[in-house]
Design a protein around this ligand. Structure first.
Ligand code: BES
Ligand code: MN
Ligand code: ZN
Length: 502
C-alpha cells in the first residue's frame, strides 16, 4: 500500500555543469526577482532563452508557471525545468513548483531529477516543501484496464544544497515530508476506490492492516455488535445495503503522562445513493468519495505511525453504505442512538451526520476528551465555498485556533462558519430529541449539518471539518489532482506532529 516509487536523496550543488547523479532533468525554482537578473542560470544560451520567455510574458516567474527547456547538450541534463515561485518564496509556492515539475517530469519520461534548493530560503524548509510537492505531484489515480501500459516513473530526485553541512538536517526534513505526502497519497488511493471495490467490511480490513503495520490497537464491530450496543443510527443507515455496516476504532498512545485524548471521527460512507430520499443520477459517481473523512484519518495515522508524535488518539470510523431496499430506513423513522437520544429522520440522504453522531458518542465512551470530526458532510459547503475551502464548525473557538494555524502551515484552506443558537434551533423535532434535516434543506445547510453532530459532543471541545467541497474534484485544480485529494491529511499531520515537522 505504501510502495515507494520515488526515492529522494541529497547532494551538493557545485555548478550547473555538474551532474554526478546521472539525472536527466534539472529543476530550478525561480522567483520573479531571480528572473529579472542579467544572469539567471549562468549558461548564456539558456539564459537568452529564459530572457526571451520573460520578455514575451511566457515565463515571468509567476507561481504556477513551468517551462521545460531542452538543453541540446548545453548542460549535462536532457531538460532544465524552470518553475515560477511568484514574488515571494514560501512553502506553498515551493510545494506547488515541485508538484508541477513532477507532473512535467512524468510527461517527459524523466526518471531522475536533480533539484536545486533556492539559495535565498531556509534549506530545511525548502527541502521539506519540495519533497512534499514532488511526491504529491507524482500521484496518479489507479486504472483497471485489461492491458494497462507500463507507466513512466520518476525514480529518484536529488535535492542539491550549496551547504555541505546541511545533509543530516535535510535528511530528517525529507523523511517527515515523505511521511506526510505518502499519507496524503494513501488517502487519495483509498478514496478513489470504486464503491464495488470498497465496502464497510473492506474499509475495516484496511484499517486493521494499517494498525498491524504500526502496532496500534484496532477494533471492528460488525452489524450484530453495532445493533447489540444500541447504535441504532448506524444500524438504520446501513440497513438498506447488502454490505453491512462496521464501527472501526484505532488507538494510539503517544503521551502516557497526559490525560488528554483526542477523538478523531471520520465519515466512512463507502457509497451514498441518498437512500429512499434518493440523489439525482447526474454525478452520483462522486459519492465513492463519501468515505473521504475516514481516508483522511487513516492517512493521518500513517503519518503518526512514522513520526510518533506525543499525543493520545482514539480514531473512530463509522462505516456504512447508504442504499435503498426493502430493508432501508425511511423518512419519518425515529431511531434511538448510542447516546440514548432519539433522532427523527426527515431525509435519508442526511445519513452522514447520523453515523458521525454515533462515532462521536463512541469516541466519548472510549475516553476522548477533545473531538474533531472530518466528513464529506454536505453539498451546502460547496454553495458557500465552492471546491476551494473546507468548512469548520466548532463549539470552542480556542480549540479551533491551533487547527486553523496547522491548516495555514500545511497550505490547506479551512474557513469557519458561525455557530449561533438560531441554527441549533432549526433542528428541533416535534417527536424526537433532534431531527436530521431542517424544513429547508438549503438554508445554512453546512452549519445545521455540523451542529447536528455537535449536539452529541455535548460539553466536550469539538471541531467539525466539512470536506464536501474539497475531498474530491471533477478536474485537476492547482496542485490538487482530479478525483480524491486527500484533503486534511496535511492539516491533521501538521496539527498532530507540529513539533516533529518543525
Ligand atoms: N455525502 C453527501 C454530501 C455531499 C454532496 C458531499 C455532494 C460532496 C458532494 C451527504 O450525505 C448529503 O447527501 N447531504 C445532503 C444533506 C441534505 C439532504 C440535508 C446534501 O448536502 O444535499
Ligand atoms: Mn447523503
Ligand atoms: Zn453522504
Amino acid at each position: 500500500m505504501f510502495a515507494k516509487t520515488t526515492e529522494i536523496t541529497t547532494g551538493i550543488f557545485k555548478s550547473y555543469t555538474n551532474n554526478e547523479w546521472g539525472a536527466d532533468g534539472l529543476l530550478v525554482c525561480l522567483s520573479e526577482l531571480d528572473l529579472s537578473q542579467e544572469v539567471i542560470l549562468g549558461q548564456p544560451q539558456l539564459d537568452q532563452t529564459l530572457q526571451r520567455l520573460r520578455d514575451k510574458g511566457i515565463f515571468t516567474g509567476a507561481s504556477g508557471e513551468l517551462e521545460a527547456l531542452p538543453t541540446h547538450g548545453l548542460l549535462p541534463y536532457a531538460y532544465v525545468l524552470v518553475a515560477g515561485l511568484g514574488p515571494v518564496t514560501n512553502r506553498d509556492t515551493l510545494r506547488a513548483a515541485a508538484v508541477f515539475a513532477a507532473r512535467e517530469a512524468l510527461a517527459l519520461r524523466l526518471e531522475r531529477l536533480a533539484v536545486k534548493l533556492p539559495s535565498a530560503f531556509d534549506s530545511r524548509s525548502a527541502a521539506s516543501a519540495l519533497t512534499e510537492g514532488l511526491l504529491l505531484g507524482t500521484y496518479r489515480i489507479a486504472a483497471y484496464r485489461k492491458n494497462e501500459p507500463a507507466r513512466a516513473e520518476l525514480r529518484q530526485a536529488v535535492l542539491l544544497t550549496e551547504a555541505a553541512a546541511d545533509a543530516a538536517l535535510l535528511e530528517s526534513a525529507i523523511a517527515t515530508a515523505e511521511a506526510v505526502a505518502e499519507g496524503t497519497n494513501y488517502a487519495r488511493d483509498l478514496t478513489n476506490l470504486p464503491g464495488n471495490k470498497l465496502v464497510p467490511a473492506s474499509l475495516a480490513e484496511e484499517a486493521v492492516r494499517l494498525a498491524q503495520h504500526y502496532g496500534f490497537a484496532c477494533e471492528v464491530l460488525d452489524e450484530h455488535e453495532i445493533a447489540a450496543r444500541g447504535m441504532g443510527g448506524l444500524t438504520a443507515v446501513g440497513a438498506g445495503s447488502a454490505n453491512p455496516p462496521r464501527m472501526i476504532t484505532l488507538q494510539y498512545k503517544g503521551d502516557p503522562d497526559s490525560a488528554d485524548v483526542l477523538g478523531l471521527v471520520g465519515k466512512g460512507v463507502t457509497f451514498d445513493t441518498g437512500g429512499i430520499s434518493m440523489k439525482k443520477p447526474d454525478g452520483m459517481e462522486e459519492m465513492i468519495s463519501d468515505m473521504g473523512g475516514a481516508a483522511t484519518l487513516l492517512g493521518a495515522l500513517h503519518v503518526v505511525g512514522q513520526l510518533k508524535p506525543k499525543v493520545n488518539l482514539v480514531m473512530v470510523i463509522p462505516s456504512a453504505e447508504n442504499m435503498t431496499s426493502g430493508a432501508a430506513y425511511r423518512p419519518g423513522d425515529v431511531v434511538t442512538m448510542l447516546s440514548g437520544h432519539s433522532v427523527e429522520v426527515l431525509n435519508t440522504d442526511a445519513e452522514g451526520r447520523i453515523i458521525l453522531a454515533e462515532g462521536i458518542t463512541y469516541a466519548r465512551q472510549l475516553g476522548a476528551t477533545h473531538l474533531i470530526d472530518v466528513a464529506t458532510l454536505t453539498g451546502a459547503v460547496l454553495i458557500s465555498f465552492a471546491d476551494v475551502a473546507t468548512g469548520a464548525v466548532t463549539n470552542d473557538d480556542e480549540f479551533l485556533k491551533p487547527l486553523l494555524q496547522a491548516a495555514a502551515d500545511a497550505g490547506e484552506k479551512v474557513w469557519q462558519f458561525p455557530n449561533y443558537p438560531e441554527y441549533r434551533a432549526m433542528l428541533k423535532s416535534d417527536v424526537a430529541d433532534i431531527k436530521n434535516a431542517t424544513s429547508s434543506d438549503r438554508w445554512a445547510g453546512a452549519i445545521t449539518a455540523g451542529l447536528f453532530i455537535g449536539y452529541f459532543a455535548e460539553e466536550l471541545p469539538w471541531i467539525h471539518l466539512d470536506t464536501g467541497g474539497t475531498a474530491w474534484l471533477w478536474s485537476d485544480k492547482g496542485i490538487e489532482p482530479k478525483g480524491a485529494t486527500g484533503v486534511m491529511v496535511r492539516t491533521l499531520a501538521a496539527y498532530l506532529c507540529g513539533e516533529a515537522l518543525k
